[in-house]
Design a binder for this molecule. Structure first.
Ligand code: XLS
Ligand code: CA
Ligand code: CA
Length: 434
């Protein structure tokens, strides 16, 4: 059975093509800066949005037409695996990501859930061997089940804490079984509704304790995926502890976990936090903690996490500039944490949406390379900070000055001349690269 009969393999045909099922910008084999685009971009597909999400919204029933539904939840889960690997192969995508609950039904008990996971991950392992695809990361969903109403590692219930730990242990076992390259923690409900009944310090201590158990368990099973924490400021909790990159790094440093974790940064989470995506990437870089990215975009007129496929070339070019400065993302990658719009309910939209996202990133990557080769940003920054190359500036940078010597300098010298940043001109020139 073929799930995506429209095409055998999506190929690069260039921007003139009339073929819907072709890449217009992304040529996986094109060599840039000594590596193929496929090696640079490390694209990944997210199981939850692509395979599990049904198109329902708070006002409407499921709408997605999917041909993988079987007679029972396990048959559906098995069909999904086949469909998923067909999609990966047809799009020539090498990596994928999933939550435990995406791939296997929860059953009636934790033990049944784990048995279901064993069966489905056997199948996934077989498919990985056949197709050469790799697990970029997996994670445990510790936010959907009603037991997690008050969080998982931050819960008020020690019993719930134990179940969360069991899910993460299983997640790390699965990571080892499938050769997972990274492992993600997103604190879905690790936050609070009101301080009236919340001990914030107690909850954060418990989260840190939980992460230490995960680090220890990796040691114990001798499996070392890069651990990643994914910030998000709100939704589902009103206040989430991992608000943004800076807050998350402070938490990691406070609990001496910065050596064990990097960040998985999502574009839509950045904008929800009131930041641009490139801001978040730049903050992570400054801590040497840029691990991986979740590629999507938010609806700027809406205040929630819309997880749209990324098509904004301007924003993605600035994000890819940060990625280039980072020397790439490996062992991380570019995971499309994005879902088709409700009106794109057909099976083939899964192909078209990923093609759009991959083309956008490919185009943005080429823009970022050109900007770098031309020294566009380097030149601007060089000029802007030029005064730190003067005798005075050099002394400041060499820590040879103090408040008294700087005061002496300031009193002896005339008011400095201000230079305009010509920012509109800069933006106009940037447009030439898009
Ligand atoms: C939700 C998050 C989630 C994480 C993985 O907003 O993006 O999907 O990436 O749990
Ligand atoms: Ca995400
Ligand atoms: Ca999201």
């Amino acid at each position: 059975m073929k799930y995506f009969p429209e095409v055998d393999k999506v190929k690069y045909e260039g921007p003139q093509t009339k073929n819907m099922f072709a890449f217009r910008q992304y040529d996986p084999n094109e060599v840039i800066l000594g590596k193929t685009m496929k090696e640079h971009l490390r694209f990944s597909i997210a199981y939850w949005h692509t395979m599990t999400q049904d198109g329902a919204d708070p006002f409407g029933d499921p709408v997605n037409q999917r041909t993988w539904f079987g007679a029972d939840p396990m048959e559906t889960a098995r069909n999904r695996v086949n469909a998923f690997f067909e999609l990966l192969e047809k799009l020539d995508v090498e990596y994928f990501c999933f939550h435990d609950v995406d791939i296997a039904p929860a059953g009636n008990s934790l033990a049944e859930f784990f048995a279901n996971l064993d069966e489905i991950t056997d199948l996934i392992k077989e498919k990985m061997a056949q197709t050469g695809t790799k697990l970029l990361w997996n994670t445990a969903n510790m936010f959907s089940h009603p037991r997690y109403v008050n969080g998982a590692a931050s819960t008020n219930s020690a019993e719930v804490y134990a179940i969360a730990a069991a899910q993460v242990k299983k997640g790390l076992d699965i990571s080892k079984k499938l050769g997972g390259i990274n492992y993600v923690f997103w604190g879905g409900r690790e936050g609070y509704e009101t301080l009236l009944n919340t001990d914030m310090q107690f909850e954060q201590d418990n989260i840190a304790r939980f992460f230490k158990m995960a680090v220890d368990y990796c040691e114990k099973i001798d499996h070392h995926p890069q651990l990643l924490l994914e910030p998000k400021p709100k939704e589902p909790s009103k206040h989430q502890y991992d608000f943004d990159a800076a807050t998350t790094m402070t938490f990691l440093q406070k609990y001496d976990l910065a050596k064990d974790f990097k960040l998985n940064l999502e574009a839509n989470h950045a904008t929800l936090a009131g930041h641009t995506f490139e801001h978040e990437l730049s903050v992570a870089r400054s801590y040497n903690a840029l691990g991986s990215i979740d590629a999507n975009q938010g609806g700027m007129l809406l205040g929630w996490d819309t997880d749209e496929f990324p098509t904004n070339v301007y924003d993605v070019t600035l994000a890819m500039t940060e990625v280039l400065e980072n020397g790439g993302l490996a062992p991380g990658g570019i995971n499309f944490d994005a879902k088709v719009r409700r009106s794109s309910f057909a099976m083939e939209d899964l192909l078209l949406a990923h093609i759009a996202g991959m083309d956008t990133f490919a185009r943005a990557f080429k823009n970022a390379v050109k900007l770098k080769e031309d020294g566009f940003f380097a030149e601007l920054k060089e000029k802007r900070y030029a005064s730190f190359k003067t005798e005075l500036g050099a002394k400041i940078l060499n820590d040879e000055m103090d408040l008294a010597s700087l005061t002496e300098y300031a009193l002896q010298n005339p008011e400095p001349k201000l230079a305009s940043s010509h920012i509109e001109y800069v933006k106009n020139r940037l447009n030439d690269y898009l």
